[in-house]
Design a protein around this ligand. Sequence first.
Ligand code: 5AD
Ligand code: SF4
Length: 439
Amino acid sequence: MATEKTFYLETFGCQMNAHDSEKVIGTLLQQGYSQVESEEDAGLILYNTCSIRDKAEQRVFHRLDYYKRQQHLGKRFAVLGCVAQQEGEKIFERAPYVSLVSGSASYCKLPEMLARLEAGETRITGLDDRQTDETFETEFTARQNPYRGYITIIEGCDKFCAYCVVPYTRGKERSRTSSSVLAEARRIADQGYTEIQLLGQNVNSYRDPEGKRSFAELLAAVGQVGGVHRVRFTTSHPRDFTRDIVDAIDAVPTLCDHVHLPVQSGSSRVLRQMAREYTSDWYLERIAWIKAARRPISLSTDIIVGFPGETPDDFIQTMDLIEKVQYDCVFGFKYSGRPNTPALTMIDSIPEAEKVTRLQVLLDRQREIQRGNYARHLGEVMEIMVEGQHPSRGQIAGRSSQNKPVNFTWSQPIAPAPGSYVRVKITATHPNSLVGEAV
Ligand code: 5AD
Ligand code: SF4
């Protein structure tokens, strides 16, 4: 039987959301709630939602509709995150059994909102219209990932790319002080985390409110915290990506040899329409810096196909760009019109079938590029961080510093613990993963 102070939280969307959920869970635990594994056992059900594309948003409404039919009487529902901020009080109309709606920029008020919920209020909102200067810092973060510690360094976004909902859902850009980021890095390294991932919608536009460190300096400083073995960062914006980031990776061995640099399109004309504030040549110049680093740095990107007005020639320029860069990973998306965004006023001119075709052409070619890239690792010995057991093959699953998945065999009776490091010789390669044996 579900008691009132039990909760179930489900997270959709990006790593920022995953980490927000860790902070929300920590806050709930601190307020005397206990976490349960299923909706059935929970008195309070929370969905931390994503609205980056229409499909992501629809998933949330399917979940809520499911509960309407199930009539889970007595349970309370909270909708958090990007759909909450975007739809606001409209969620109460669509799902009247929801009692709390809050966007991420209002989470610092969660304890107060929870108290109102417990007092029986049924229409509690935490919605922010880009006014807040606050960041959601809490010492109660309940990290759910046993080996990778996320640390937010910057929240919100001021870029306003024409297609993107994030500036409207996550509020204006605000950075944490580098001292508080470093204190958190030290704290979690002391707890045994050896991998740290610095998070922000655009980490490259990090501005230390104390003026002590640039992003590259903060990155290097986190990499030098005792006990830290790997540092990652996401997401970068080419416009703000500076050369000193590559210098930092060169100088500090704990900084992982991987950069995710979303390009979105290879056509400068489309990039202008997207308000990305760079051309494909500007982007390729940054790629050249990264490729000139002392260690080979793995590159990944995000690409949108079928942006309003994207011509066959624009798309060919995107294909040319992936040929030039030779990424290790491409996340490809079909353009999806989002509420409030400037691109919504443009005609979504590319038919769905054409978007599907362009995405398929892109991903097919990328698969071949990756096949070649991954094949080059054959015979190499690399350090792998263990993440767990491969579900079906009885192998150990882990990741290289370049963030490539590696599944390997292990001859000892006791399997290495998640979070430990093992040297692995690569014996076979696939387009998306490597296979090896512990040495
Ligand atoms: N339609 C399709 N893809 C989008 N992305 C962001 N907004 C949209 C949209 N409206 C993609 C971008 C971004 C990634 C996280 O999601 O490629 O980098
Ligand atoms: Fe989704 Fe973007 Fe919000 Fe992350 S920031 S949850 S990707 S809409």
